[in-house]
Structures are given as structure tokens and as C-alpha cells.
Ligand binder design. Structure first.
Ligand SMILES: [Zn+2]
Length: 141
């Protein structure tokens, strides 16, 4: 899912929305309970409190979560398959990036190979065979 800005006329009851006061960066998340024809909005936050807004104020913005489009996969191409979602990039920084199931799996597998099978450690991983190329795991070069 990704977050996009919408206008009040696009909001529907039951939708998960964040209402932003853009002057001071204050935001309130909740589920839309009521969208009034006169520009009033009522949302219910996760602990059940109602919040009413007069959305005639210009500085109010609305943000909702929507699914990614299929072609928003970072590696978009003919191999893409499955839904595009924010997925772990395979790096230790833990970045989330939109990729389809196929490309997300590829990146995660690569990340696991790098961080799991090539640990930055003087102890050789179990697959390392010193006879194979006459190398030692902890060589200094
Ligand atoms: Zn893809």
C-alpha cells in the first residue's frame, strides 16, 4: 500500500484516512464515520474517539492508503507477478520498496545470501571449504 493525498469529495465512509493540518504538520488518523455535504468530516480514531473537522479550512489535507499499481514494481517487466507491495529490499537498513511478489522474493533472497551466507566474521560459515580454492576464510587481503 502507498499513501496518497485525496480531496474530501473522494473520501467514503469506512475508509482509513489521516487528516493533516498542513500549517503545523499535525495529523490525526482514523476511520471515516461521516462525510457531511456541507464540508464536515467525522473520523473515529483507533481507540474509539470521534474527531470532527470543518474541512472548509484550506490547510486541511487528506491522506489515504491505496494499493500500488502493477507497473509500480521497481523492477517492472514481463517477469512481474503477484501484487506490488512495500517489501524488504534485502539490506540491513530495512528499507521498504514497492516490488511485485516475484521481484520482492528475488531481492530478499539476494539480501539473505549477502547478510547470512557471507557474514562479516572471522568464523567461516559452514559452507566454506578451505580445500576448494586454497583460501582461508579470514585472509587479510
Ligand atoms: Zn516486478
Amino acid at each position: 500500500m502507498k499513501r496518497i493525498n485525496v480531496s474530501i469529495t473522494e473520501l467514503v465512509v469506512g475508509q482509513d484516512v489521516t487528516v493533516w493540518d498542513t500549517r503545523n504538520g499535525w495529523g490525526q488518523g482514523g476511520i471515516v464515520r461521516e462525510v457531511g455535504p456541507t464540508g464536515s468530516l467525522v473520523i473515529v480514531d483507533p481507540i474509539g474517539n470521534e474527531h470532527s473537522f470543518d474541512v472548509h479550512i484550506d490547510d486541511i489535507a487528506f491522506e489515504v492508503e491505496v494499493p500500488y499499481e502493477a507497473d509500480e514494481c521497481l523492477d517492472f517487466g514481463p517477469e512481474c507477478s503477484g501484487p506490488v507491495e512495500n517489501r524488504w529490499t534485502g539490506t540491513s537498513q530495512g528499507y521498504q520498496r514497492p516490488r511485485c511478489q516475484h521481484h520482492g522474493d528475488l531481492h530478499e533472497a539476494r539480501g539473505r545470501r549477502i547478510s547470512g551466507d557471507y557474514p562479516d566474521s572471522p568464523i567461516a560459515p559452514s559452507w566454506f571449504d578451505p580445500e576448494y580454492a586454497g583460501e582461508r576464510w579470514d585472509d587479510d587481503y
